[in-house]
Design a protein around this ligand. Structure first.
Ligand code: PLP
Length: 408
């Protein structure tokens, strides 16, 4: 570990690209360009009664602190608080703000693990949740109770990709005196800035786009409220959920290309979504770039230079066609994950939602043939060709002329 001089020259004016490359820190003579890993559980003291910055890695660690500074800086906030996983961050958030008898208003289309945590674990602690369509501000307003202590939303929604107006929900939250937390995993701070839009807390699974290379689990909470940050750090110290130094180091290296990656991936996703929307073998396609009307206006206002890399679509032929389709793909890898440099695909009916009763799954907008594509860095034309051959081989009808127009 070198000893960087924190010159923090006008962090405010640096671009996300420069912040991800840590240009707010100037290196001393002979210092390595890539910071070393502080792979140590504990840190020496020069004598009794000294108070070094880092003492024990369950509380803080230099490699974790580096990632926390970068993530905070990306949202013009103090250093983030990092956790071992995204769900670890969510658990700490909930334990920080809620006690027995409290109530949460949560978007219905959030990550399934968030729903499970609230429905199956927090409920055992007598913490009740009302799930609402968070794109409908009236539903959020009506769900509030005197005991509500948190509003939690994810936008774009997972996997339906509907948009929640963060500013409108933030106003409702402020009037009610309740903090608003936004799961910004799908867009990252590069494409959406929840705190600037009025939210109190941004929360992330850094396992996804922020690491971007499928090598490190992680989670983070970002806020500009020092009291909240202090509480999150306290809960982390109590529960032991801090991120491992090696994972923080990997993520700090992965994040260097985050702005370039998510913008390129979003652009390809837009191209692929448009192509899918014109294909006869495809029943439905969801991507914010295909929205119209008010939802489109909100998306254009909230999103910064791209609508994200995730495209959800359903092919004709139901469950069997969905399974057969994913087996025919060559460039798109079948996994339960999003946000990697490689293009990934999930068939929720046979994978993430296999245990969910069919009628519940359909109600959540996930049909038998629904597929979630996380577009990577392969050229869009090659991905379209791969999807096209897989659609053809499952017997769906297709129109090559459309592909030529859209890919051109
Ligand atoms: C939107 C979102 N939030 C949170 C999580 C949980 O993150 P982790 O897997 O790092 O615990 C996920 C995981 O897929 C996710 O997609």
């Amino acid at each position: 570990m070198g000893t960087s001089t924190d010159r923090s020259f006008s962090g405010q004016s640096l671009s996300p690209e420069s912040r991800c490359l840590r240009h707010d820190v100037t290196l001393d003579d002979g210092q390595p360009l890539v910071e070393g890993i502080a792979q140590s559980t504990t840190f020496a003291r020069s004598g009794v009664g000294t108070d070094p910055t880092h003492q024990y890695s369950r509380v803080s660690n230099p490699s974790v602190a580096t990632l926390e500074r970068t993530l905070g800086s990306l949202e013009n906030a103090p250093p983030a608080v990092c956790f071992g996983t995204g769900l670890g961050a969510e658990t700490a958030l909930l334990l920080s703000l809620l006690k027995s008898g409290d109530h949460v208003v949560c978007g219905r289309s959030v990550y399934g693990g968030t729903t499970r945590l609230l429905q199956q674990l927090l409920s055992e602690l007598d913490i009740e949740t009302t799930f609402v369509d968070s794109s409908n501000t009236d539903e959020v307003q009506i769900a509030l109770r005197p005991t509500t202590r948190l509003i939690f939303v994810e936008t774009p929604a997972n996997p339906t990709l509907g948009i929640t107006d963060i500013g409108a929900i933030a106003q409702i939250a402020k009037l009610a005196g309740v903090p608003l937390a936004v799961d910004n995993t799908f867009l990252t701070p590069v494409l959406q800035q929840p705190l600037d839009l009025g939210a109190d807390i941004s929360i992330y699974s850094t396992t996804k786009f922020i690491d971007g290379h499928s090598v490190a689990l992680g989670g983070a909470i970002v806020s500009r409220d020092e009291q909240l940050l202090e509480r999150f750090r306290f809960i982390r110290k109590c529960t032991g959920g801090i991120q491992a130094p090696f994972n923080a180091w990997l993520t700090s290296n992965g994040i260097k290309t985050l702005p370039l990656r998510v913008k390129a991936q979003s652009q390809s996703a837009e191209q692929i979504a448009q192509w899918l929307s014109e294909h006869e073998g495809v029943e439905t396609v969801a991507h914010p770039s295909l929205l119209t009307g008010e939802q489109r206006r909100i998306a254009d206002r909230q999103h910064l230079g791209g609508h994200g890399a995730v495209v959800t679509f359903s092919i004709k032929g139901g469950y069997e066609a969905g399974c057969a389709f994913v087996q025919q793909l060559r460039l798109c890898t079948l996994v339960e994950h999003v946000g990697s440099v490689e293009t990934l695909i999930t068939h929720p009916a046979s994978m993430t939602h296999a245990d969910v009763p069919r009628d519940e799954r359909l109600q959540a907008g996930i049909s038998d043939g629904t597929l979630r594509l996380s577009v990577g860095l392969e050229p869009a034309e090659e991905l379209i060709a791969d999807i096209e051959q897989a659609l053809a081989s499952v017997g769906a009808e297709y129109a090559p002329a459309v592909a030529e127009v859209c890919c051109g």
